[in-house]
Ligand binder design. Structure first.
Ligand SMILES: [Zn+2]
Length: 153
């Protein structure tokens, strides 16, 4: 779509949208482009309009559908959030690649490692809230893996 600022022979200015400049030429030749105020088909391109519609001529222009836009603050927030998620994803895949996934046996395995019943190694897995609390009370150190947005689906 292309927007032209047009002027009729009575010097009314108005904005009009065309599929292309060729479409404008075609429509103008057939007097299909008419001044919305006086109906004159003798229109010419006025100076190229800036993107902001001038007051008073707004009705002549096709209603513009403003694209949903994020405010600069929101954009920053989204970007920061995106970076954070990326960092967490990286951290998590690192942990997951370097440690053994013991799944729901996590509390059991963590305990075994803590009490040196099994060789110390990196593990990750799942624990319920209660299991996690019990481990902490026993002085077993672990930390929760970062939760990624996709976990919450
Ligand atoms: Zn006119």
């Amino acid at each position: 779509m292309i927007r032209y600022r047009l002027k009729c022979d009575k010097r009314h200015e108005f904005d009009a949208w065309f599929a292309s400049s060729a479409a404008y030429d075609r429509q103008r030749k057939r007097s299909l482009v008419q001044c919305p105020r006086c109906g004159s088909g003798k229109v010419e391109k006025a100076l190229m309009a800036p993107n902001v519609a001038k007051k008073g001529n707004r009705k002549a222009a096709k209603p513009q559908q403003p694209e949903p836009q994020l405010s600069p603050v929101d954009t920053q927030r989204v970007a920061a959030h995106g970076e954070l998620v990326q960092a967490m994803r990286k951290l998590r895949s690192e942990i997951e690649s370097k440690s053994e996934n013991v799944g729901s046996r996590f509390p059991e395995e963590a305990r075994k490692i803590h009490y040196e019943e099994t060789p110390a190694r990196g593990i990750h897995g799942e624990a319920t809230r209660e299991e996690a609390r019990a481990l902490r009370e026993e002085g077993i150190e672990f930390f929760p893996l970062p939760i990624l947005p996709e976990d919450q689906n």
